[in-house]
Design a protein around this ligand. Structure first.
Ligand code: MG
Ligand code: MG
Length: 280
């Protein structure tokens, strides 16, 4: 989730204690396991709506509350954004098919703290140029996360993602939507754009927790919002990829609170899905 129709809930930067970060790790564990559960049930013919209903049940069974449901009247537990949908897709009755890519974004509130992560899954027969977009976007997430260290600035994250996607690769960074602080609110300050200048923006100190979420287009950067008030499409209708982790800024190295480890394992076990292996 980002700037387009949401903005920050708490217009303030909140630093977290070690105990709070552990609470957030627990919330993110439910997010990470929910995304893995989604990876285990994705197949051609299944709808976003079905996945959403099952994921909501999974989240509640694990003691969590789906954070997106009811957020500014968003109707569902997951954002399900396929092909040319960048983010904020409302799960629908459309059946997935071979060749689709689908970003699943999950937010969970557990014991008063929020977790937020996303992954773009690829069905079989996704063409190689789109697989490359996914690999590069995935790698750009980690390029950004590497910069989440005390003493650096938010612009260092932004620059790392933009440079990798737009200079080292021929893709476009979406400008209208950004990452964000996360904690007791789903969206806190600061905003974390996926474009920007090195050494600029807010200084990051230990205890800041950010949701870093590159949204990268195969074609041009322009997007538009569907009349449903949520769904964001690429204007040129080419595919877009989205990956997200919640990360705690630390002195030595970033502490990534969500994990894709479980879902990567499920992708391996699901013959309907293609592996999105990180690019070195
Ligand atoms: Mg987010
Ligand atoms: Mg998210």
């Amino acid at each position: 989730m980002g700037l387009f129709s949401t903005g920050s809930d708490g217009k303030k930067v909140f630093y977290k204690t070690d105990d709070e970060i552990e609470m957030m790790r627990q919330a993110n564990l439910v997010v990470s396991k929910t995304l893995a559960y989604v990876a285990s049930i994705l197949k051609p013919g299944i709808t976003g709506r079905t996945i959403d209903e099952k994921a909501e049940e999974f989240i509640r069974d694990h003691g969590g509350r789906p954070a997106f449901k009811g957020y500014n009247d968003f109707p569902s537990s997951l954002c399900v954004s396929y092909n040319d949908i960048v983010v904020h897709g409302i799960p629908s009755a459309r059946e997935f098919r071979e060749g689709d890519i689908v970003s699943v974004d999950c937010g969970v509130e557990l014991n008063g703290y929020f977790g937020d992560a996303a992954f773009t899954f690829a069905f079989q027969d996704v063409p190689e140029p789109v697989m490359e977009l996914l690999r590069v976007t995935y790698a750009s997430l980690y390029k950004g996360l590497e910069q989440a260290v005390a003493g650096k600035r938010v612009g260092d994250i932004s620059f790392a993602i933009q440079y990798y996607c737009e200079r080292e690769h021929p893709y476009s960074v979406v400008r209208e939507l950004v990452g964000h602080g996360v904690g007791r609110y789903l969206h806190e300050d600061p905003e974390v754009p996926n474009y920007g200048k090195r050494g600029k923006g807010p200084l990051m100190q230990s205890g800041l927790v950010l949701a870093v979420e590159p949204m990268i287009n195969l074609g041009r950067k322009e997007v538009f919002q569907h009349e449903d008030g949520w769904t964001i499409h690429t204007r040129d209708r080419k595919p877009s990829a989205h990956f997200e982790h919640s990360v705690a800024v630390r002195k030595e190295k970033p502490d990534i609170l969500s994990t894709h480890e479980y879902l990567l394992e499920e992708i391996k076990n699901n013959p309907e899905l293609k592996e999105v292996l990180p690019k070195n």
